[in-house]
Design a protein around this ligand. Structure first.
Ligand SMILES: [Zn+2]
Length: 459
């Protein structure tokens, strides 16, 4: 009886699903239907076709579930009121109160600019997978405005950086995932390659929900590496998310080791705190992908496992004697760059989509003043360099009308519509465009919100 039902289900579905291997796709579809998640619909910032073609059912399940939770993990952090003063920020970026009397994120204009960049990076990472680039009027999305996922590339330049397999002792080394930037020569856009090592049976990476399913102390942290952490790390390299900074894998200045892992990321952020001459935060932390990924993950663990520390390292001795294998870097260490390779002048000024609150950073406590708490950054949704051009151009509203260039960004202090934002839905007899009121639903898609209409008093 059961087998007949299954046969019917398969026949029914196979009339719609022609691609091979059919059984894998059906199993995968059924499983995801039970999770009520269609990744193509829920995550339009990601191009999924190649993942469907190249991942096994099991691999695809891991990538979809880990993407869902990575997005949730980053949003949980982003939605935390005052996250720049939390223990997670303190551990991997150093909060202001820990740097009292030292150079902090608000001490000078460049550091303030970098602080806004970091806030902006977190904001864009929390939004791009679910929002992506605005679709064309016909609803289509350009592959070049998405990040492609794939599991393995049989040929071509992509895939060659992946660790191929374990050595004769069963030990894997080399990348678990690789992020590719667009190539002019072979026409691919941004892409994240999930290598065989990402899915290795030994399970170096695990679901974050499995890791938190039983109690763990903060001392176990170095070995607690989730799929979601690994995905967040790759996302921070993905320029199409709209970061102004090019976020890299940095190397420790004294020994050229990669700044990877809980301890190294903490030490990198706190590198200059005891410097007798110029003590303070390390601004280069803003450029290191792993610091962001560990911050998101640490905040999640702390909440889920009820940790209570303020994020400062418990004790180096405790951690370094911990037998837990912290593993190799998850992506390509050959891409690592030195601090001296980073041009801090890249961050002169602030991203054009961001606007600090009123006042300035040093009005009272910067962790709580309006400059910080009312900072707003509009959604970018594409490479920042493309965004710089696109904000100067008209674009299509959700309802197929034309919005003027001023509709790309909100006005002034962040949340209002620019008074020069104009919507055109119709033309008059002579072919002149006629202005349509922004409150017309066809004009939706402009940045900022319209003022709430005041109701007229009834007589
Ligand atoms: Zn990396």
């Amino acid at each position: 009886m059961i087998s007949i039902k299954l046969y019917i289900a398969i026949s029914f579905l196979s009339s719609f699903v022609i691609a091979t291997p059919i059984l894998h796709r059906i199993k995968s579809l059924l499983k995801r239907q039970s999770q009520q998640l269609d990744p193509v619909r829920v995550f339009p910032g990601i191009f999924w076709d190649e993942a469907y073609q190249t991942c096994t059912t099991e691999e695809l399940d891991i990538v979809v579930e880990a993407t869902r939770m990575a997005d949730e993990m980053i949003n949980a952090f982003q939605n935390t009121q005052g996250f720049w003063a939390t223990p997670a920020w303190n551990r991997y970026f150093v909060r202001d109160s820990s740097a009292a009397g030292k150079t902090n994120w608000y001490s000078n204009v460049r550091n303030q600019d970098l602080f806004i960049d970091v806030i902006n990076d977190i904001k864009q990472a929390s939004m791009f997978p679910k929002k992506g680039r605005k679709p064309a009027p016909d609803g289509s999305r350009s592959r070049l405005k998405q990040v492609g996922y794939s599991c393995k590339r049989p040929t071509g330049v992509l895939g060659t950086k992946c660790a191929a397999g374990p050595n004769s002792f069963g030990k894997w080394s080399g990348p678990s995932a690789v992020t590719w930037y667009p190539s002019a020569t072979d026409g691919h856009g941004w892409a994240i390659e999930f290598c065989p090592r990402f899915f290795q049976a030994e399970g170096e990476l695990r679901y974050i929900n499995d890791i938190t399913s039983n109690p763990k102390s903060e001392k176990s942290l170095p070995g607690m590496r989730s799929y979601e952490y690994a995905i967040a790390h790759e996302w921070m390299h993905t320029g199409i998310f709209g970061f102004r900074l090019a976020i890299k894998d940095l190397k420790e200045p004294e020994n050229d080791n990669d700044v990877y892992g809980d301890q190294a990321c903490h030490d990198f952020a706190w590198l200059n705190m005891d410097d007798p001459h110029t003590p303070g935060i390390n601004e280069y932390t803003a450029y290191n992908a792993d610091n962001y990924a560990w911050m998101f993950q640490y905040a999640w663990f702390r909440n889920a496992l009820g940790w209570t520390s303020d994020g400062t390292m418990i004790s180096k001795d405790v951690v370094s004697s911990d037998p837990v294998d912290i593993g190799d870097p998850i992506d390509d260490p050959a891409d690592g760059v030195k601090m001296s390779d980073i041009d801090l002048s890249q961050s002169t000024g602030i991203p054009i989509n961001c606007q600090p609150g009123p006042g300035n950073a040093n009005d009272g406590n910067p962790e709580t003043n309006t400059w910080t708490t009312q900072l707003t950054c509009a959604y970018v949704g594409e490479d920042y360099s493309d965004f710089l051009n696109d904000v100067k151009a008209e674009f299509t509203s959700d309802g197929g009308c034309t919005l003027s260039a001023q509709c790309n960004l909100p006005f002034g202090d962040g949340n209002a519509v620019d008074p020069n934002c104009v919507c055109y839905c119709d033309k008059d007899i002579s072919g002149e465009r006629e202005i349509t009121p922004l409150r017309d639903p066809r004009c939706a898609g402009f940045a900022g919100s319209l003022p709430t209409p005041r109701l007229k008093a009834r007589r």
